[in-house]
Ligand binder design. Structure first.
Ligand SMILES: [Fe+2]
Ligand SMILES: [Fe+2]
Length: 258
């Protein structure tokens, strides 16, 4: 169980100019609602929020982020994809910050359905290039994650921190009381990620491709939007597992049986 003291956040990396912070998850899993985690990068006093989440989470994420930075200093928000648990709070976030939102181009015409948004503040990742550069010189690299699970999705690699924010990839669904902050025993963790990945990830051909890119980046930590953070040996163990996984359309029989 994640300790209450940690529910407000944990600094995962800090070199003085650049911090990568886990902003906590819901203190308690709410029945029938998938638990999510949010992250904040602070670089030379400016903030980058990763997958800040839906409307019902907004007060908690504002409170957690405010412990580290004034909200009006958040000028970048990254959405890994279009799902409501990632982006349905968009109108609220645009209201309390002057941030630009980065999301895959495909979703730009869909997300206004979450509320009135100023389209001029939405940036298509494909038009930006490979990465965005922060004030300290640190770079955040967009990592193609299409069909994992969304058809247009990105992970985000913070090379300076060595942390790969993976969005839904690596996500775990914990039963009540089984939550941990870190995955330290990958074998014991598989039961919490297996169903999620088999159903959501499109196919092994896709997971393999993503893993090849992820290995090239050599992250020291994987930070997913659900579940727990991979560190140490569990990073490589997860990548090996994902690269060999049969999932999605690899096995349609069970889904299409009539
Ligand atoms: Fe999703
Ligand atoms: Fe998600």
């Amino acid at each position: 169980m994640i300790e209450d003291k940690e529910a407000g956040g944990v600094v995962l990396f800090d070199d003085g100019d650049h911090r990568f912070i886990w902003l906590g998850g819901e203190a308690k899993t709410r029945k029938g609602v998938v638990q999510t985690m949010q992250y904040l990068i602070i670089d030379k006093g400016r903030g980058v929020l990763l997958d800040p989440g839906g409307v019902h989470l907004f007060p908690r994420v504002v409170a957690a982020a405010s412990r580290y930075i004034s909200i009006d200093r958040i000028d970048t928000i990254f959405f890994s994809h279009q799902d409501p648990d990632v982006s349905s709070g968009i109108a609220l976030w645009l209201g309390v910050t002057s941030a630009k939102i980065y999301i895959a181009e495909l979703w730009i015409r869909f997300i206004p359905h979450f509320g009135i948004v100023d389209q001029a503040r939405i940036v298509a990742i494909e038009g930006v290039g490979k990465s965005i550069r922060l004030a300290s010189g640190a770079e955040l690299t967009f990592v193609p994650s299409h069909y994992m699970h969304s058809p247009a999705a990105y992970s985000l690699f913070d090379r300076r921190a060595g942390i790969l924010f993976t969005g839904d990839i690596g996500g775990a669904v914990f039963p009540d009381g089984a939550e941990t902050l870190y995955v330290d025993d990958f074998k014991a963790h598989v039961k919490f990620i297996e169903g999620f990945h088999r159903r959501l990830m499109a196919s092994n051909s896709v997971t393999k491709r993503w893993v090849e890119n992820a290995r090239r980046l050599a992250p020291t930590m994987l930070a997913p939007q659900h579940g727990a953070l991979y560190r140490g040996d569990s990073v490589g163990a997860f990548l090996d597992w994902l690269s060999a996984l049969r999932c999605g359309v690899d096995d349609l029989d069970a889904l299409y049986r009539m």
